[in-house]
Design a protein around this ligand. Structure first.
Ligand code: ZN
Length: 423
């Protein structure tokens, strides 16, 4: 799939400490240790509605991971998918008497525009599930051939499920107990009560074709060991597993997404990958961003309390202010979106722009070092923003006579925080 336009990221002199990130599987903040090329997979949208601020907060958090790694000199191989075939997309299209393909294309196009406006560095590979169907069916049929998957005992619809017991580690990523797993699976598109499954937590890999639903040829996978699944469509988790494995290999540095993907999505995706490759762990870090709320509730499609990035843009809000508003809180905390948060971010953006427009300011080398240190500390953006506030306040009081400082601060804020201070 076509990705969005690239963003210029200024190169800064020097470097900072290694990036430490929270990892859900160990429950700790640990150093990332990528090779010369850092490997990151972040789960993309299901394009049945426009990008809301909860999505934006997630992609901004992983954009900072990308930027900090680049600043440390790593090449970053970043992959993101689009879940362009799934139940929610079909249900929304049916509700609105829309074509699901057209709906998905329309919302994906809007998402790209939003990401570009927010200055998110695009992934190297932006892959839709539909375009990856051959590799998905190949992975499912190989899991089936290896005994890691089975057909449910249902003569009408012998759907293929993953046997969650095969890796012997199911649950290591989320650390949830079984009742929690089953409750979340039921809430998030799973079917723990389906008769005939070996374990209630086993996720769907291939759903046999149903009347009135789109389906694909299950023999599309051509690799050795791939068999014919019969016409159908894939489960959600195996899409990401196939797309990630085929581009990033058996082990990646960061698997990211919102905290609502901890289970079942990332647990199951990791189990699929590990059952296929034998390499554990699939991701060295499973990193999750918090939820954005509105009026005391999580922002979600089901509650209908969404604030869309595109709507704010249409109202003339500077996307850099949206970016600053979302970075004002720590990425892992659930936090509310309020009018005051946006107003504060707009005032902060104006102050920073005034400060870097001055002919001189206080020496900025210390600020750059503090920005790097704060971001390396599990993306501590509140501290990073406060450090820039401190420099801007001194500059606006006409303290400091370093003529190069305003330009350096502008470049550092752009490179590390992704905020453009050119007016
Ligand atoms: Zn995913």
């Amino acid at each position: 799939m076509q990705t969005w336009a690239s963003v210029d990221v200024p190169r800064l002199a020097g470097g900072g400490p290694p990036l430490r990130l929270h990892d859900t599987s160990s429950g700790r903040v640990r150093p990332t240790a990528p090779g010369s090329t850092a490997l990151m997979y972040v789960c993309g949208i299901t394009p049945y509605d426009a990008t809301h601020l909860g999505h934006a907060a997630t992609y901004l958090a992983f954009d900072l991971v990308n930027r900090v790694w680049r600043d440390l000199g790593h090449d970053v191989h970043y992959v993101q998918n689009v879940t362009d075939i799934d139940d929610p997309l079909l249900e929304r299209a049916a509700r609105d008497q829309d074509d699901w393909v057209v709906l998905g294309m329309r919302e994906t196009a809007l998402f790209r525009e939003d990401m570009e406006a927010l200055r998110v560095v695009p992934p190297r590979h932006y892959i839709g599930a539909v375009e990856a169907m051959g590799e998905i069916t190949e992975l499912v049929s190989k899991l089936l051939a290896a005994g890691a998957a089975y057909r449910v005992d249902d003569p009408e619809f012998p759907d293929v499920y993953f046997d969650s017991s095969v890796t012997g580690r199911f649950g290591y990523e989320s650390n949830y107990d079984e009742p929690t797993m089953l409750r979340l699976a039921a809430e998030r598109g799973g079917d723990p009560d389906r008769p005939g499954k070996r374990h209630p937590s086993d996720p769907l890999l291939w759903r046999m074709a149903r009347e009135g639903e789109p389906s694909w040829d299950g023999s599309a996978g051509s690799g050795a060991g791939a068999g014919d699944l019969g016409p159908g469509r894939p489960g959600w988790h195996v899409e990401c597993a196939a797309i990630a494995l085929n581009r990033l290999g058996p082990q990646i540095d960061v698997n990211g997404g919102g905290s609502d993907l901890i289970y079942p999505h990332h647990e199951c995706g990791a189990a699929h990958a590990e059952a296929f490759t034998g390499v554990h762990p699939f991701a060295r870090h499973y990193t999750h961003s918090g939820m954005i709320g509105l009026d005391g509730e999580k922002m979600s499609k089901s509650r209908g309390n969404l604030v869309f990035v595109s709507k704010l843009r249409a109202e003339g809000v500077d996307p850099n202010a949206v970016r600053l508003a979302l970075l004002a809180g720590h990425y892992r905390t659930d936090r509310p979106w309020t009018d005051a948060l946006l107003a504060d971010a707009q005032a902060r953006l104006a102050r920073w722009r005034d400060a870097v427009a001055l002919g001189a300011g206080p020496d900025a080398a210390d600020l750059v070092s503090r920005l790097r240190t704060h971001l390396a500390d599990d993306l501590d953006t509140p501290a990073a923003l406060a450090a820039v506030d401190g420099w801007a306040g001194e500059a606006l009081e006409r303290r400091g006579r370093d003529g190069r400082a305003p330009g350096l601060v502008r470049d550092a804020v752009d490179a590390l925080l992704g905020v453009a201070l050119r007016g």
